[in-house]
Write a protein that binds this ligand. Structure first.
Ligand SMILES: Cc1cc2nc3c(=O)[nH]c(=O)nc-3n(C[C@H](O)[C@H](O)[C@H](O)COP(=O)(O)O)c2cc1C
Length: 195
């Protein structure tokens, strides 16, 4: 029995997409979004799996220091804030509130359909200095963000990784437990239509 509000995602399509070198050639940040168009559920599924899904036993689509897998994805949609559960490949309702606008101050924030906050559970990183923890978890964050960039380049979606995030306020809105820190937020949507 799923928790109320859980979105069970369709299985991700593990085939297709553009040839790799075309994807790299197209990778870029874009801050232009079609604010009237939401991602369909299959594209959202593929995006989250590409970002940080499970692609083999105990393995993920991005590397992580000592395979700690300490990053969690909080997905902000119009219908609420969800946590990505990679085992179930599902979005578990965290807050039934549209908090997209609380993830930043740039003009497109709150209007683009998807915001993905990368949250590090730093309590999983043991045996490191505070600086070592930050170095490891920001490296891990970067790989996931690049996966999002590459998926978006392949699918013709717009995306931008953002450090410009009111992190303390957002962490409070999300009631993040002690030791959980927001590292980056990435905006995703369809590109704005051109005249
Ligand atoms: C760690 C990091 C933080 C960033 N923060 C922001 C941000 O807060 N807002 C924004 O519009 N772009 C942000 N960017 C996007 C960069 O501005 C962008 O990657 C850079 O200008 C190069 O452009 P490109 O990605 O199209 O190659 C960030 C990128 C990185 C890697």
């Amino acid at each position: 029995m799923e928790a109320p509000g859980t979105i069970v995602l369709p299985a991700a399509r593990r085939t297709g997409g553009k040839p790799f070198m075309e994807v790299i050639a197209a990778r870029r940040s874009s801050r232009d979004f079609d604010t009237s168009r939401e991602l369909d559920i299959q594209t959202l599924s593929d995006l989250l799996w590409a970002a940080w899904g499970i692609n083999r036993t105990k393995g993920r689509t991005a590397p992580s220091s000592h395979n700690r897998q300490e990053i969690e994805l909080y997905v902000f949609l119009k219908s609420g804030v969800y946590r990505y559960n990679p085992v179930e490949h599902a979005l578990v309702m965290h807050l039934a509130e549209d908090l997209r606008a609380a993830t930043g101050t740039q003009p497109f924030v709150g209007l683009a359909p998807v915001e993905i906050a990368l949250v590090s559970d730093t309590t999983k990183i043991t045996g490191k200095t505070p600086q070592g923890i930050i170095e490891a978890t920001y490296a891990d964050t970067g790989f996931i963000c690049e996966n999002i960039y590459l998926f978006c380049a392949s699918e013709g979606l717009s995306t931008v990784a953002r450090a410009l995030v009111p992190k303390e306020g957002l962490a409070a809105r999300l009631s993040l437990p002690e030791g959980h820190i927001i590292t980056l937020v990435q905006t995703v949507g369809y590109p704005a239509a051109r005249d």
